[in-house]
Design a protein. Structure first.
Length: 580
C-alpha cells in the first residue's frame, strides 16, 4: 500500500538516519497511528552482525586494532540495542521482531512475485554472515537451503573494483557497470589467478591477501594496487583505458558467477521460475545475461532489490511466516508497479499554492491536451520533466518522477548528462517503449516493467562505428537509429510500458508514435547528480529551475522555462513529512 525511502524527504542521498518521515508517510496512507500497528520488524539481526564483527577482528588480531576500538564503542552504545533504539525513536513500548538480512531479501523477491512456486537467489555485500543464499518459495513459505558466508562475497568484490576505479562504494557500482562496455576484459585471467576462485556453483573464494575490508573501512590494500600497476583512480580524476578494462573485466566475472549460480539452482530445484534480490540483482547487465540464457522460463527481480527492499521483505516475512496468512498471487505482481510513494495530484489546491509561493507560472490542461502538447514538444527536441501521480519506490524512475527526451536525437545523451543530470558523460540513458513495440527495437523476449535488465538494439537499427580510443569520441558516435539510448555495445536498459501499469505514459508514447513513427523515449530519473529523485512539487520546481530542462509537468499543469520570470526559489532546505 505504501513504501518510501527517507532520502526522498530529507533530500540527503542515501540517508541512513531513522526514517521518521518515511514512517509518517506510510502511516498517513493507511490512516493509522504508530500505536495501532500490531507488528514492527527490522530487516536484520543486530546481535548476529555484532558476532560477525567480533569474530572477524578476533581472527585477524592484532591487525585492525584501531578500527576495532573505533567501531566497538558505537556498537556497544547504540547499534547493538536496536530494539530499544526503535522503540525510543517511535515513542512506543513494544517487542520488535528481527528478520535475518537475506531472509528479508528472499521474502521481498518471492512473496510479491507472480509465482506460486519459485527458486530464490539473493546476492549482496554481506548481511549478518551470509553474502549469497539460495532457496525455494512455495505458496506462503520460504526455505533457504544454502548460503555463502563472509568474507567471501561477490558484492564486496564488485565494490572493491568500484572503489579502485574511483567511484563511491554503495552508490557508484552502477557507474562501474556503465563504464564496462567501453573497455575490454583484459584482466579476467589476472582476477581469476590472483583474487578469486570461482566454484562450480558460482560462489567464490576471495584471496584476502589483497583486501582490507575485514578489519578496516578501506576495501583494498597496496598489494591490490601493485597487481593492477598503480594506485586507485582519484574521484573525479581522468578515466583511462585501465579503468575501462577493469570495469569490463569485473563485469564479465560477475556475469559468469550469476550464470553459474542460476545453473546450479536450476539443477537442484528443477523449478521453472527464479526470483532475485540483493544489491547484485540491480546489476542490469548480469540480469540481462541471465535472462538471455533461458536457464529458467521466468525471472522476476524485486525492483527495490537493495537494502531498501529489506523493509518490504521483513514485513512480508511477518505476514506469511509468522502469521501464516494465505497468499494469493497476482497476474503481474503485487508491487502496484512500484508507485508506492507520495502523490502529486492533477489539480491539488495545496500544490498550486506551493507553486504560487515559488513564483511559478503555468497553464492547466486537460489530460488529452497535455499529452498532445508534450508529444509535440518532445518531437521538437525539448526536454520534459514529469512529476505526477505517486512517486516510485526503489532506484528507478518509471514515468512518475522522470525526465523524458527524444531517443532519436544523437546529441541528447551529452546534453542531458552535462546540462541537466550534471553527471559523467559516459553514462548511458535508458529507453522507455510501448510493450507491444519492444520487438521492433530490441532483442527482448520478456516484459521489462521495472528497468532491471539490459537488452540489445535490433541489428537492423544499428549503425557501423569506427574504433576510437578517446572516451569522448566513443560517446559522440552515432550507433543506431535511436542513438540517445544505445550504449557503445548496442545494449539498452529498457522499460516496457503497457496501459495498465501507467496509463498516462502509455498514451503519451502512443501520441508521440503518431507524430514521429517512433515509440521510444529517453526515461531518466528526475534529479541531478548527488541528489535523490524529486518527491514534492517544491523539489520538482527547484530541480527544473536549476537545470536546462525545458518544460515541467506537475499533475495537469505545464510549466515552460521561458515563462518563469517571477521565480522566487529559496536556498534548498530539508522537508519534514508530518502526519495530516
Amino acid at each position: 500500500m505504501a513504501a518510501a525511502q527517507e532520502e526522498r524527504f530529507t533530500r540527503k542521498k542515501g540517508d541512513s538516519s531513522f526514517p521518521h518521515n518515511a514512517i509518517n508517510y506510510c502511516l498517513n496512507v493507511v490512516n493509522k497511528k504508530i500505536e495501532e500497528i500490531d507488528y514492527i520488524v527490522f530487516y536484520e539481526d543486530s546481535f548476529m552482525k555484532f558476532e560477525r564483527l567480533l569474530m572477524s577482528y578476533h581472527i585477524m588480531a592484532p591487525k585492525g586494532i584501531l578500527s576495532y576500538l573505533r567501531s566497538i564503542s558505537k556498537w556497544i552504545s547504540s547499534d547493538l540495542w536496536m530494539e530499544s533504539k526503535i522503540c525510543k525513536d517511535l515513542g512506543i513500548k513494544k517487542k520488535i521482531l528481527f528478520c535475518h538480512h537475506h531472509m528479508s531479501h528472499a521474502a521481498s523477491a518471492f512473496f510479491p512475485s507472480p509465482y506460486e512456486e519459485a527458486a530464490i537467489l539473493t546476492i549482496d555485500g554481506v548481511g549478518e554472515w551470509a553474502t549469497t543464499t539460495w532457496g525455494e518459495g512455495k505458496n506462503n513459505h520460504i526455505e533457504l537451503k544454502e548460503e555463502l558466508k563472509f568474507p567471501n562475497s561477490l558484492g564486496l568484490l564488485y565494490s572493491a573494483f568500484t572503489y579502485f576505479t574511483g567511484f563511491k562504494i554503495n552508490s557508484g557500482e552502477y557507474k562501474l557497470m556503465g563504464l564496462a562496455p567501453y573497455g575490454e576484459p583484459k584482466y579476467v585471467d589476472t582476477i581469476k589467478k590472483e583474487l578469486i576462485h570461482i566454484n562450480e556453483d558460482g560462489t567464490i573464494n576471495l584471496n584476502q591477501k589483497y583486501f582490507n575490508y575485514i578489519t578496516s573501512k578501506k576495501m583494498i590494500n597496496k598489494k591490490f594496487n601493485t597487481l593492477f600497476k598503480g594506485p586507485e583512480r582519484k574521484p573525479e580524476g581522468k578515466i583511462t583505458k585501465r579503468e575501462m578494462d577493469l570495469a569490463a573485466s569485473i563485469q564479465e566475472i560477475c556475469n559468469e558467477c550469476v550464470i553459474k549460480m542460476a545453473q546450479y539452482i536450476k539443477k537442484k530445484t528443477n523449478l521453472k521460475n527464479l526470483v532475485l534480490a540483493g544489491g547484485v540483482a540491480l546489476n542490469v547487465v548480469s540480469m540481462g545475461e541471465l535472462s538471455r540464457k533461458n536457464i529458467f522460463e521466468n525471472i522476476w527481480i524485486q525492483p527495490a532489490a537493495g537494502d531498501a527492499g529489506g523493509a518490504l521483505g521483513a514485513a512480508y516475512w511477518v505476514w506469511y511466516e509468522i502469521l501464516h496468512k494465505e497468499r494469493k498471487t497476482e497476474k503481474n505482481d503485487s508491487m502496484m508497479s512500484c508507485y508506492l510513494g507520495t502523490e502529486i495530484k492533477n489539480d491539488d489546491i495545496r500544490d498550486s499554492k506551493v507553486l504560487e509561493n515559488l513564483g511559478a507560472t503555468w497553464e492547466n490542461l486537460e489530460e488529452d491536451a497535455l499529452i498532445n502538447k508534450i508529444s509535440y514538444l518532445l518531437h521538437k527536441g525539448k526536454i520534459i520533466a514529469i512529476a505526477r501521480g505517486r512517486m516510485e519506490w526503489g532506484p528507478r524512475a518509471l514515468g512518475n518522477r522522470s525526465i523524458l527526451g527524444s531517443a532519436q536525437d544523437e546529441t541528447m545523451q551529452s546534453k542531458m548528462n552535462l546540462k541537466i543530470k550534471k553527471r559523467e558523460s559516459f553514462r548511458p540513458f535508458a529507453p522507455i517503449v510501448l510493450l507491444e513495440d519492444k520487438d521492433k527495437y530490441f532483442n527482448c523476449k520478456k516484459e521489462s516493467p521495472y528497468m532491471l535488465m539490459t537488452c540489445y538494439v535490433k541489428e537492423n537499427l544499428r549503425l557501423d562505428t569506427k574504433k576510437k580510443q578517446n572516451i569522448i569520441e566513443i560517446i559522440n558516435q552515432k550507433r543506431s537509429q535511436i542513438p540517445a539510448v544505445t550504449h557503445v555495445d548496442y545494449s539498452a536498459r529498457i522499460q516496457t510500458i503497457n496501459k495498465e501499469r501507467n496509463p498516462f505514459i502509455y498514451k503519451l508514447l502512443e501520441e508521440y508514435k503518431k507524430i514521429t513513427h517512433c515509440s521510444v523515449l529517453i526515461n531518466t530519473s528526475f534529479n541531478v547528480r548527488g541528489e535523490p529523485i524529486v518527491n514534492t512539487v517544491e523539489d520538482a520546481y527547484m530541480c527544473f529551475m536549476n537545470t536546462d530542462i525545458d518544460y515541467l509537468v506537475i499533475g495537469n499543469r505545464l510549466l515552460s522555462k521561458e515563462k518563469q520570470t517571477n521565480c522566487k526559489i529559496n536556498k534548498k532546505k530539508k522537508v519534514k513529512y508530518e502526519l495530516d
